[in-house]
Design a binder for this molecule. Structure first.
Ligand code: ZN
Length: 316
C-alpha cells in the first residue's frame, strides 16, 4: 500500500527474516533503535517479528514488546508473521497492523517447517480471518497469505503451477485480504517471477497480489524486482544489509538488500519516501548489535554517484 507521496513501498523484513536466520539474539534495545532509525529514514512498513513459540525461535521471543514499541512510531505499519491462529491471536492482542501467514506451496516443506498439511494451514487461515472479522472495523489488521517456496523448494524442487494456483485461490477463499509470492529459497528468476504473477492474478484477481518477497541467494534479487515492477507489483520486501544469509547456501546473502533496492528504485525515478544516506547509516546500529555478522550491499560500499538526484527529494 503506497501513499500519494510514494510510488513503491519497501517493506523492511530484517527484524524478522534477518534475525530469525542467524544464531545471535539481538537485544530488545537494539531492535527498538533499529526500527526507530529506519522509520526515521522514511521506511513506512517494517515486519518486526514473528509470533512463534520462543523455544523454536528465541531470537524473536520479544516480538510482543517490539510490536508495542513500533506502534508508538507515527505512520509506521507494523507487520508480523504468524504460523497459525494462536500466533494471530497474540499478534492481534499486541496491536499489529498487518499479519502474514506463510503457506508453503511445497507440502513436504510445510510438514517439515510448520508440521502442517496444506489443508491444515488453510484451516488456520479461515480461523484467523474469522478472528479478524470479529474485531471492530478500525482495529482489523490487514491479512496476507504468503505463498512461500513458490519458486521452488529445497526438498521437492519445482512445484507445479496448478498447485500454486489452487493454493492461492484457497487462501483468498479462506478470507485473506491478499496473497503474496515468496521466494524463500532464492530459486526465482525474472521469467519465473512474471509467470507466477500472471498465474496468481489469473485465479485471485489483480488486486489480490501487490507484493513479493525476494531473496538474493543467487544474485538475481534486483533483476527479479524489475520483472515484478514491470508486472505492476508495488510492495517489495527487503532486509537491511541483506541480513540473515541463507541456511541452504553458506556465504550467500539473505533477503534483497534494502539499501540497494531503495537506490535502484530512486535512481529509476520511483519515489520510495526513503532518505538513502539516513538508511545506510542505520547499518551501524545493526553491525554494533551483531558483531561478526556479515552485512551485504553495494551502495554502502560505493556510495551515491556524483550528482545523484533521488526521486524522493525531487518530489519534496
Ligand atoms: Zn524470506
Amino acid at each position: 500500500m503506497t501513499d500519494q507521496r510514494t510510488d513503491v513501498l519497501i517493506s523492511e523484513v530484517g527484524p524478522r527474516d534477518g534475525l530469525q536466520s542467524i544464531g545471535t539474539i539481538m537485544p530488545l534495545a537494539a531492535k527498538k533503535a533499529w526500527i526507530a532509525a529506519e522509520a526515521a529514514a522514511g521506511v513506512t512498513e517494517i515486519e518486526v517479528g514473528s509470533f512463534v513459540p520462543p523455544k523454536l525461535l528465541p531470537q524473536l521471543a520479544d516480538t510482543a514488546e517490539v510490536v508495542a514499541f513500533a506502534k508508538t512510531i507515527p505512520g509506521l505499519t507494523v507487520a508480523v508473521l504468524v504460523p497459525n491462529a494462536r500466533g494471530a491471536e497474540a499478534a492481534i492482542a499486541a496491536g499489529a497492523d498487518k499479519i502474514t501467514l506463510p503457506l508453503s506451496v511445497s507440502e513436504t516443506h510445510s510438514l517439515a517447517n510448520l508440521r502442517r498439511t496444506h489443508a491444515q494451514v488453510i484451516d488456520e487461515a479461515r480461523t484467523i480471518a474469522a478472528l479478524i472479522a470479529a474485531l471492530p472495523a478500525d482495529r482489523r489488521p490487514h491479512f496476507e497469505g504468503s505463498l512461500s517456496t513458490a519458486f521452488g523448494c529445497t526438498l521437492e524442487g519445482a512445484i507445479p503451477d496448478a498447485q500454486i494456483a489452487r493454493l492461492a485461490e484457497s487462501l483468498m477463499t479462506a478470507g485473506c485480504d491478499e496473497v503474496g509470492l515468496s521466494d524463500t529459497t532464492g530459486f526465482a528468476d525474472p521469467s519465473a517471477v512474471r509467470r507466477l504473477i500472471r498465474l496468481v492474478r489469473g485465479v485471485a484477481g489483480d488486486a489480490a497480489l501487490t507484493g513479493i518477497h525476494l531473496h538474493n541467494t543467487r544474485g538475481l534479487g534486483l533483476a527479479n524486482v524489475l520483472a515484478a515492477l514491470d508486472c505492476g507489483l508495488t510492495t517489495f520486501d527487503a532486509s537491511l544489509g541483506g541480513l540473515g544469509g541463507c541456511p541452504f547456501a553458506p556465504g550467500a546473502s539473505g533477503n534483497i538488500v534494502t539499501e540497494d533496492l531503495a537506490f535502484m528504485l530512486e535512481a529509476m525515478g520511483l519515489r520510495t519516501g526513503i532518505d538513502l544516506d539516513r538508511l545506510t547509516a542505520v547499518r551501524t546500529i545493526v553491525a554494533d548489535a551483531l558483531p561478526g555478522e556479515p552485512l551485504y550491499g553495494f551502495l554502502p560500499d560505493a556510495g551515491l554517484p556524483l550528482g545523484f538526484r533521488p526521486a524522493t527529494s525531487l518530489a519534496a
